[in-house]
Design a binder for this molecule. Structure first.
Ligand SMILES: [Zn+2]
Length: 604
């Protein structure tokens, strides 16, 4: 283990690093001075001109467009295996299939890495419901992840619970046995005035290239205290409601499917964390014990309106699910093209995406797409017989959907950990900007990880890269993508983008990047819904993405210096460094204890 921020023990392993060490030969007669600390190339100055191998660009394009296997991977993964909820039997199949397929295409050291306990193993076998009376109708719904099963098909009177406060539960108390309970507000189905499918325009891409401006750093100021209070109230209400329904023996609970972007959530089912009645539904201790499912909004609204208007409704429902373990572990699939340069082969460039998905579709765009593109990128390089200088490693994560668990576990095992520090009294909890972190301790491997490239925004082609505010890397990427203009890759955005596994690298000061992808109908329709299927994949876009990713891997693996990094993270100092300078307002009066508003500190 190494200490954060210290260069003292970096050894002279790479020619480039050695070249940077000043020669002391001329000073032999003088006192032998302590050698200057060696600055690793990722913190050193970078050459202005990139040495690009355009012949290799041409070969990669040729292989990627003429002999693509990306849709074969897509079919085998999304249809041959299906949805891949972490901890489920299908996730285990996907881990095994990716390991074996990566071996079959020539990668070495393909294996699964256990990142720790996840929760319950679970799968949906079948879910259906119908209105029995007063008007027979099939109803569209799916089990919420980790829902228990009903006792076979059960028929019960439907009840629409209108809850705003724990006290509202009183009027339903003692009446819930055998009922099919609707929980959650009805919602409107907005008019679709804009297309649900979109590719970035030149103007939108140009805007992404600029540093964001405005009056504040994070947009409108949130009332954190109010949000915390609202969440606590909602949690208390849900906990009390679920307890009552479980104790009284409600037959099942039905919740309404949420909306998609631009009103795209009509006629479909989003089945993700939002469909769960509690957070951490996969953990046995916090799991929901009453069978629950999420329903397409049009059907939900009809049932709720009928019940609001005092029309008795009877529903037959069958939620058939299976638990396959209480304490399942999560695994990442990892494989390599070993490096061949004696001085650089221990350095590693990584590519990946998350392999896990939710359950209502087949996880084709989220994130089958990112997984198969990474597989195709390494396939292209193997097909070309590349013997890379640095090691190229693919990692396909699981547990991403529940909180980046797979990539965070990998980072912890291989690269570094933050010391835990107790939250300051009155500090907001995690999820509201509260993130008490102590100093980062890094490993020897941290020094050898060159860069990580991630793809997880659906099926759209690559339009550029987010640099995550790594300003030294922008000009390098700009040169790399210049020959790819005809493929639509034009944009280097210095902005941060969030939501997926590159963040795990970025957090520990390693270069981790997510590509800019055409949005398509990802946010509006396919992301976490039953529309996330093979048919939504765009083969040419995926071929393009694999080519871009293969070129990025090649350039990184062959480059003389390692990729530049952002400054070493020091979360333990952030608050102190960002604190206002006290007493700089003229006429400020002295106040005790360093006020945040910048008053004059009382002399000690
Ligand atoms: Zn995803």
């Amino acid at each position: 283990m190494s200490q954060a921020g210290s260069f003292a023990r970096w050894s002279c392993t790479a020619a480039l690093i050695c070249a940077a060490v000043p020669s002391f030969a001329a000073d032999k007669k003088k006192e032998v001075a302590a050698p200057a600390p060696v600055v690793p190339s990722y913190y050193g100055s970078q050459p202005a001109i990139e040495n690009l191998d355009l012949t290799m660009y041409s070969k990669i394009r040729d292989e990627g467009f003429k002999h693509s296997h990306v849709m074969q991977f897509a079919g085998a993964l999304s249809e041959g295996i299906g949805p891949r909820l972490t901890g489920s039997p299908n996730m285990a199949k996907a881990n095994a299939w990716t390991r074996d397929t990566l071996t079959a295409i020539g990668l070495e050291n393909a294996h699964l890495e256990d990142w720790g306990e996840f929760g319950m193993g679970w799968q949906q076998i079948n879910t259906w419901a119908r209105m029995v009376s007063p008007d027979p109708e099939p109803l569209w719904l799916q089990a919420a992840p980790w829902s228990p099963a009903t006792k076979g098909p059960v028929t019960g009177e439907a009840v629409f619970l209108e809850l705003n406060d724990v006290k509202d539960l009183d009027k339903y108390k003692g009446k819930m046995a055998g009922k099919v309970v609707l929980i959650g507000a009805m919602r409107a189905t907005p008019d679709l005035t804009e297309p649900l499918f979109h590719r970035y325009t030149t103007e939108e891409l140009a805007e992404m290239e600029t540093y964001p401006t405005g009056t504040g750093r994070g947009g409108p100021q949130l009332n954190i205290q109010q949000l915390i209070a609202d969440r606590a109230r909602l949690t208390a209400l849900r906990t009390a409601g679920i307890k009552m329904l479980t104790e009284e023996g409600a037959a099942a609970v039905i919740t309404p499917s949420r909306d998609g972007g631009k009103g795209g959530g009509t006629g479909i089912i989003f089945d993700d964390t939002g469909a769960n009645l509690v957070r951490g539904a996969q953990v046995k201790e916090t799991a929901v014990a009453v069978p629950n499912a999420v329903m397409m909004i049009e059907h939900y609204n009809r049932l709720a309106r009928m019940l609001q208007n005092h029309v008795p409704v009877t529903i037959e429902i069958n939620i058939d699910t299976k638990f396959t373990g209480d304490h399942e572990h999560g695994f990442n699939t990892v494989a390599e093209i070993p490096g061949t340069d004696p001085k650089l082969k221990d350095q590693v460039v990584m590519v990946g995406g998350h392999l896990d998905s939710w359950i209502s579709g087949t996880g084709a765009t989220d994130n089958g797409a990112g997984s198969i593109v990474a597989m195709e990128a390494v396939r292209i390089l193997k097909a070309l017989g590349l013997k890379p200088k640095r090691t190229i490693r693919i990692a396909l994560w699981s547990g991403e959907e529940q909180g980046l668990f797979g990539s965070q576990g990998y980072i912890k095992t291989h690269f570094g950990t933050f010391a835990e520090v107790p939250a300051a009294p009155g500090a907001p909890p995690a999820g509201f900007g509260g993130r008490a972190r102590g100093p980062l301790t890094t490993t020897k491997e941290w020094e050898t990880l060159d860069a990580y490239y991630n793809l997880d925004n659906g099926t759209g082609k690559v339009r550029g890269v987010y640099t995550q505010e790594n300003f030294a890397i922008g000009p390098i990427f700009e040169q790399w993508i210049a020959p790819l203009k005809d493929l639509g890759v034009t944009t280097i955005s210095y902005r941060n983008t969030g939501g997926t596994d590159h963040l795990s690298y970025d957090a520990v000061g390693l270069p981790g990047f997510q590509y800019i992808q055409d949005p398509m109908d990802y946010e509006t329709r396919t992301h976490h819904s039953d529309m996330d299927t093979y048919d939504r994949l765009h083969p040419l876009d995926l071929e393009q993405a694999a080519i871009v990713e293969a070129i990025f891997l090649y350039n990184t693996s062959e480059r003389e210096a390692m990729m530049p990094r952002k400054p070493f993270p020091h979360p333990e100092n952030e608050q102190k460094m960002a604190a206002p300078i006290p007493g700089i307002y003229p006429n400020a009066v002295a106040v005790p204890d360093a006020p945040a508003g910048g008053g004059r500190r009382r002399p000690q």
